[in-house]
Design a binder for this molecule. Structure first.
Ligand SMILES: [Zn+2]
Ligand SMILES: [Zn+2]
Length: 156
């Protein structure tokens, strides 16, 4: 595997680097992800902030679309499309969320582990992944998956 992977927004003007593979990857069907991504759901890879070299701040505009949870959603100023997101949850390290399509090297994207906010889905998903509905259940399972991914990495 490469030591790092190039990441970029759809137009390629906003570029950044991930130095470690994502801890986890989910499909999120929440209404904010739907409108932010202009898609039925978001395919998101989750990284520890320490493992991502952020883009030039001039190139990205961050907005909080709903407090809490404190997700700062970053769009490329050139194409207006999602580039990168920052997530701060108490007790967890700072996280970076990257739309999986923005990650260059497929080896840095783990298999998808769950559907979150499935109750607000636009269409049913035809797969065997666990599906969690509502805020609390989605957050709980997100946190649980994340902690086990971090522990697994520590052991490796
Ligand atoms: Zn762009
Ligand atoms: Zn979402």
């Amino acid at each position: 595997m490469n030591a790092s992977t190039n990441c970029q927004c759809p137009c390629g003007e906003t570029r950044f680097t991930a130095r470690r593979p994502a801890l986890m990857r989910i499909y999120c069907h929440c209404t904010i992800c739907q409108s932010f991504n202009q898609a039925p759901f978001a395919d998101i890879s989750v990284f520890k902030a320490a493992h991502v070299q952020m883009p030039d701040p001039e190139r990205v505009e961050f907005r909080a679309l709903r407090p809490p949870p404190a997700v700062q959603r970053g769009t490329c100023v050139a194409c207006g499309k999602p580039a990168i997101e920052m997530l701060r949850i108490v007790v967890l390290p700072k996280l970076i969320l990257i739309p999986s399509a923005n990650i260059g090297d497929a080896a840095f994207k783990p298999p998808v582990s769950m559907h979150a906010f499935y109750d607000t889905r636009v269409a049913d998903a035809d797969d065997d992944l666990p599906k969690y509905s509502g805020y609390w259940s989605s957050q709980l399972h997100f946190g649980r998956e994340l902690l086990s991914a971090m522990l697994a990495r520590k052991r490796a």
